[in-house]
Design a protein around this ligand. Structure first.
Ligand code: ATP
Ligand code: MG
Length: 401
């Protein structure tokens, strides 16, 4: 086996080796490499203690972010490499954090604290693959299995429950029977995990290549972290697979929550400490569910006026995933956006001053502009100065404002 490691990683490993320590790439990058994927980052595990790592790299910028847990980050060429001393975790008291961590000089012990066999392999050019828990076998068979007893490992750290489901979804793996049983049994303990960590995992889970299959099998786990989705209803599988994580998530609320999916989504996002734009956009889109057609320029302008461009595009994606919209609707909306169809007050070719010059004052100016926009959107009046002013005068004359 020959991993092509980036030169910075090779340098880090060989520098530690030249000072008598051992260093290996570990976890995610080894897994990804064996799967033929390019790793997104490279974590390194070493027998050197944190102070020793810093001494070896005294000429390089280091950051002590995780030093209590043995992690020194090296900043090389703008990239960050985490170098972590072999460690074993102490007793877990709160289903999440070990009471203390102890450094060790044995790589096997460091690998044994890791969550899943496929995440518990190490590799270095000198020592090749270190795989004491048959991670390679599980990877070849596409299986997620805990290192050691699943119940114990999930009791130590409940986040692993959701990580297991996430890896199954993202890698398209199945979960080994005992591991899956423990996930189902212990899912309620996810209540002790922080909202931020849960949401990070959920986003990856919903976006996974096997999310559909995984949701079918682990709907109970989703229900523990999003009770609003307790009666999970999934959309058409093919359409689900071709959607992105966000539209997938919205579709689950649209189908599973019978009354006010928008409010349910908002409450769930609030609890999961989602960022505001994510929460607001989805809430607005869900509140318009089934209310629009997209068959004429006017209907496109109306949708745009309610949701804005981003919202309208998200609405299109959602209704498409729900099989209500298709290529025709997409064409209508795309054209409306391309042609810059007017849908906001500021798109009108007249402004407040023009209306004021007709002798209209105060709040009524806004009302007239809103009526003009409505008339433009519905196609009643073209968006040009003269007809707009004429229409405004008519409104005034007929006392319709
Ligand atoms: P990703 O591609 O999402 O980064 P990863 O496997 O690199 O996947 P990280 O969260 O970056 O995941 O963690 C790095 C490694 O640390 C994992 O591969 C695993 O060995 C170990 N690990 C991370 N979280 C836990 C945990 N909660 N319990 C045990 N081991 C963990
Ligand atoms: Mg990682």
């Amino acid at each position: 086996m020959n991993f092509s490691l980036p030169s910075d990683v090779l340098n880090i490993i060989s520098r530690l080796e030249s000072r008598g320590y051992r260093a290996d790439v570990v976890g995610g990058p080894v897994r990804d490499f064996l799967l033929g994927k390019t790793p997104s980052d490279y974590d390194i595990t070493t027998s050197a203690l944190p102070g020793e790592v810093k001494a070896v790299f005294s000429d390089i910028k280091t950051v002590d972010t995780g030093i209590k847990h043995g992690t020194v980050s090296l900043i090389i060429g703008g990239e960050q490499y985490e170098v972590t001393t072999y460690r074993v975790d102490g007793e877990y008291k709160d289903s999440r954090h070990p009471e203390c961590v102890t450094f060790t000089d044995r790589l096997e012990l460091d690998l044994s604290r890791r969550d899943f066999t496929v995440n518990a392999m190490a590799y270095s050019p000198r020592w090749g693959l270190t795989d004491v828990f048959d991670g390679k076998r599980d990877l070849d068979n596409r299986i997620i299995r805990t290192v050691g007893e699943p119940e114990l490992r999930f009791t130590e750290d409940a986040l692993r429950i959701l990580r297991g489901v996430r890896f199954a979804s993202v890698l398209g793996f199945s979960v080994e029977k005992k591991t899956a049983d423990a996930i189902h049994t212990l899912a309620p303990s996810l209540g002790r995990v922080s909202a931020e960590r849960i949401f990070t995992e959920l986003k990856k889970l919903f976006g996974g290549i096997s999310a559909y299959r995984t949701l079918l099998e682990f709907g109970d786990v989703i229900a523990t972290v999003i009770p609003e989705l307790s009666h999970l209803v999934l959309p058409d599988e093919e359409r689900f697979i071709s959607a992105d994580f966000y539209t997938r998530m919205l579709s689950l609320f649209a189908l599973s929550v019978k009354s006010r999916p928008d409010e349910a989504f908002s409450a769930a996002m609030h609890r999961l400490k989602s960022d505001n734009p994510t929460r607001r956009l989805g809430t607005a889109v869900l509140s318009e569910l089934s209310k629009h057609t997209l068959d004429t320029p006017a209907s496109a302008a109306r949708l745009l006026s309610v949701l804005g461009e981003r919202g309208a595009l998200e609405y299109l994606k959602l209704e498409t995933l729900l099989s209500r919209f298709g290529a025709k609707e997409e064409a209508v909306l795309t054209l409306a956006i391309e042609k810059k169809l007017p849908y906001r007050i500021c798109d009108l070719r007249v402004g407040g001053e023009d209306i004021a010059s007709l002798g209209i004052v105060g709040k009524e100016i806004g009302d007239v502009l809103a009526s003009l926009l409505e008339a433009v959107i519905s196609g009643e009046v073209p968006n040009d100065r003269a007809p707009l002013l004429k229409f405004a005068e008519k409104l005034k004359a007929e006392n319709r404002i």
